[in-house]
Design a protein around this ligand. Structure first.
Ligand SMILES: *Cc1c(COP(=O)(O)O)cnc(C)c1O
Length: 380
């Protein structure tokens, strides 16, 4: 037990899982690094944000809201307009949509509704850091399925769905799959995922986290919308934080069976999306050309980064997302620190159990060049 809890007796009553929790570490903010180094041109390639920012249409819509008396009023707690837009976009009834303050919010709802003592969440090793946090905060167990091995010929550190199937136990109430996965960038083929969905018993909820879905090559992109009708125990989560460039506003959503959406809504705080987020998300969804620009920039810059890092004899994991995870064959923290000294922030992977790796988000061409120049300087 931590010392604060012994000094403050009431803290002993906190949920045991929360007391033992390691807080999520968001990494160094760009302002902090700039203050430390006394520079004003640091680059942050650490959180998989959209280097193009949001759609110009979003900026225009938000600017128009600044002087609007609407800010003094509560937002539309039902998110009617945004849900209508999402409903049209996916061809799904609004009753099957749940809005989240980021898709992280949705993951929390799922945990609150389905996890607790005597229950377990199941997810892959080296998957999104939020799953273990929400499970532990509910005093639930975690079944962590080992990832495919580092020397796997096609998908090192990928999700091992055969391993998931084998490790399934009756107390698992929620299975988290991420496609493509953060922090590895690895992906699963649609036919593999569907075979797994067929295998999972209908009383077990499967969460398919598609935060990076737009970056998948079209040939690898599952029709998860169609699966929802065949597998009522499936919920698909999407976010406006990545391709849509709205990470700072916090908006995400899920598609599911309407009965599940109804349950999730019961634990949702009534106004979980603010007025700006609701408008921004609605306008962003309507500008798919901006998404295409982001995806195209990512494709060309991602292959340049991959090529140049391979030329430095580094191990670059296969990725269908907007980041590359790169192995140094030794503890990567000296490289991480040296990059910081060069004014470049990337994401260390030690907390994900991959201490030899760093994750680099794909930035603008200029940002990527800064990163590559720094890396070459450090490794020379
Ligand atoms: C970024 C990310 C999310 C989305 O986070 P938001 O709360 O929507 O900003 C969800 N899942 C994964 C795997 C992510 O990397």
């Amino acid at each position: 037990m931590n010392t604060m809890a012994t000094e403050q007796p009431y803290l002993k009553n906190a949920i045991a899982g929360v007391l033992a929790l390691e807080p999520y570490s968001p990494g160094m903010p760009i302002d902090e690094l700039q203050r430390r180094l006394g520079i004003d041109n640091a680059v942050k390639l650490a959180s998989n944000e959209n280097p193009l920012g949001p759609s110009p249409k979003v900026k225009e819509a938000l600017a128009g809201m600044i002087n609007d008396s609407d800010i003094a009023r509560y937002p539309d707690g039902a998110g009617f307009k945004l849900k209508k837009k999402i409903s049209e976009f996916h061809g799904i009834e609004p009753e099957r949509i749940t809005l989240g303050n980021g898709s992280n919010d949705i993951i929390e709802f799922i945990a609150r509704v389905f996890l607790g003592p005597g229950r377990a969440a199941m997810y892959s090793a080296h998957a999104f850091a939020v799953y273990p946090i929400v499970a532990q905060a509910q005093d639930a167990e975690s079944v962590v399925v080992p990832a495919l091995p580092e020397d796997h010929p096609d998908m090192p550190f990928g999700h091992d769905l055969a391993g998931f199937a084998k490790a399934l136990r009756p107390d698992v109430t929620v299975i988290f799959l991420v496609n493509p996965n953060n922090p590895t960038g690895t992906w699963m083929r649609p036919d593999e995922i569907e075979a797994f969905l067929k295998h999972v018993p209908s009383h077990t909820l499967v969460v398919l986290d598609e935060a990076y879905q737009e970056f998948l090559d079209p040939s690898l992109r599952p029709d998860s919308r169609a699966w929802l009708d065949r597998y009522p125990n499936l919920i698909v989560t999407r976010t406006f934080s990545k391709t849509y460039g709205l990470a700072g506003l916090r908006a995400g959503y899920s598609l599911s069976h309407r009965a599940l959406a109804d349950l999730l809504n019961r634990v949702r705080q009534p106004f979980n999306l603010n007025s700006f987020a609701l408008v921004a998300a609605e306008v962003a969804l309507g500008d798919q050309e901006h998404v295409t620009r982001a995806v195209e920039l990512n494709a060309s810059e991602s292959s340049r980064l991959r090529r140049e890092m391979k030329a430095l004899s580094l191990k670059v994991l296969p990725s269908q997302a907007n980041f590359l995870t790169v192995g140094f064959g030794r503890d990567s923290s000296p490289v991480h620190r040296a990059l910081l000294e060069h004014g470049v922030i990337v994401r260390p992977m030690a907390s994900y159990g991959m201490p030899q790796y760093l994750r680099v988000s794909v930035g603008t061409p200029a940002e990527n060049t800064r990163f590559l120049d720094a890396l070459k300087d450090i490794l020379k």
